[in-house]
Design a protein around this ligand. Structure first.
Ligand SMILES: [Zn+2]
Length: 416
């Protein structure tokens, strides 16, 4: 277990000294940590606070100094979702054929995480990952549609449905000066590009103004190896430009194979063939990291999924079935460390019995895929998403800061 992950929920490290506009960060900081110790600011986020003298003055009370590996926040984080990933695919004997997945398990991980408590389909669960919110309940994002969203002028944003701004992992990272991207294998993810566009994203109220478009690059790539190529190039480019980065990466192939041929875990099944395909793509991304000096030590990967699959046989809609709601979640911090238990890093959570469903308001909560976004931000040394949930604890939401005229898009990739 590395120190970075251990710190996750043991206490809230205080990154607000180099965060400009994340409302609530200072509040959370004050609540959890009376004396905030600055740490090394490794990326573009530090530019936003270069005038803050504390940002270049690491303190001995910095939690980083307690890390057995002496880590600092990572400069590049990939949040990878492998759509429809069964957790038992990552166990023997299957794991032996999936070397890239196996490598990503060489860190803190669990095969007993959970989807959203109330829904086990793609878009609502990915909305949970990216906003840190459950689907249902007072803090729920409420997005149920699992298809291409309506246009942005027809209510096709998370905020329009909720009637309030819903912050995302991209708001936090982009406002801190990081380069952000989504590279996805399904067109329904356009929901996020619409929600965080130059006209619908929140204002960046603290200088320098990085704009309202919170996702710098949105790419739809139908082929699995195409996703890997885009992500590898993104990493190399961010490294060359000396800018920190947060990428959401989505592989659709296992879900497509499951819908067409069932979620059959066997060496000759179509589902397993899709996992092999994703494993090769993950291998290409890992190779890009390995072969770029400087990237290897500063890149972390959070790997999870939106749901398992197989109940009913060619889908994953039964929210009561462990085939659907039991999922993996891993945090890879580079190198080839020893596997460890992610639950050890979450003192407010408890591993559920293997096939037990835990309701949304039950205490304690399991680790869920909706924790992935805040995990990614923690790895970058950034505060949690305003309005998100950490187990049963709500992070204060940001006020709706969307009333000013739209600023021009910068660095926008064309729509799919
Ligand atoms: Zn599906």
């Amino acid at each position: 277990m590395s120190g970075m992950v251990l710190r996750m929920f043991a206490f809230q490290r205080c990154p607000s000294f180099r965060v400009k506009s994340v409302v609530g960060a200072a509040l959370i900081c004050a609540a959890f940590h009376a004396s905030c110790a600055p740490s090394d600011a490794p990326n573009a986020a530090s530019n936003a606070n270069s005038s803050n003298p504390s940002s270049s003055n690491p303190s001995s009370s910095n939690p980083s100094s307690t890390s057995p590996r002496g880590e600092r926040p990572f400069r590049h984080v990939l949040l990878i979702s492998v759509d429809g990933l069964r957790p038992d695919a990552l166990e023997p004997p299957f794991l032996a054929s999936l070397p890239s997945f196996a490598r990503l398990l060489r860190g803190a991980h669990t095969l007993d995480a959970r989807t959203d408590a109330d829904i086990t389909v793609t878009l609502p669960n990915h909305t949970g990952m990216l906003t840190g919110r459950p689907f249902d309940g007072p803090n729920g994002h409420g997005w149920k549609l699992n298809d291409d969203p309506p246009g942005r002028t027809q209510g096709g944003t998370l905020h329009a449905l909720k009637g309030a701004y819903i912050s995302s992992v991209f708001d936090v990272a982009h406002d801190a000066g990081l380069s952000t991207a989504m590279t996805v294998g399904k067109t329904k993810f356009w929901l996020f590009e619409q929600s965080y566009s130059s006209s619908n994203g929140a204002l960046d109220t603290m200088p320098p103004d990085f704009g309202r478009a919170k996702i710098d690059f949105f790419t739809y790539a139908r082929e699995t190896d195409g996703v890997a190529r885009v992500v590898a190039e993104r990493l190399r480019d961010a490294f060359a430009r000396r800018v920190g980065s947060l990428d959401f990466v989505h592989f659709a192939a296992p879900d497509a194979a499951g819908h067409a041929h069932e979620w059959i875990l066997a060496p000759d099944s179509r589902y397993f063939a899709a996992l092999l395909e994703v494993d090769a793509a993950l291998g290409a991304i890992l190779t890009a990291i390995d072969q770029t000096p400087g990237l290897a030590a500063r890149t972390a990967i959070v790997l999870t999924t939106d749901h398992g699959g197989g109940a009913p046989a060619k889908t994953h809609t039964d929210v009561l079935s462990p085939l659907n709601f039991r999922i993996p979640l891993s945090v890879w911090e580079g190198g080839d460390g020893e596997p460890s238990d992610l639950y050890a890093a979450f003192p407010d959570r408890a591993r559920p019995a293997r096939d037990k469903r835990i309701a949304r308001d039950e205490s304690p909560q399991p680790i869920r895929n909706a924790d992935a976004g805040n995990l990614a931000l923690e790895l970058l040394g950034l505060p949690p998403i305003p309005g998100s949930m950490r187990g049963l604890v709500a992070i204060p939401a940001a006020p709706s800061l969307t009333s000013a005229p739209a600023s021009p898009d910068k660095n926008k990739a064309p729509a799919p």
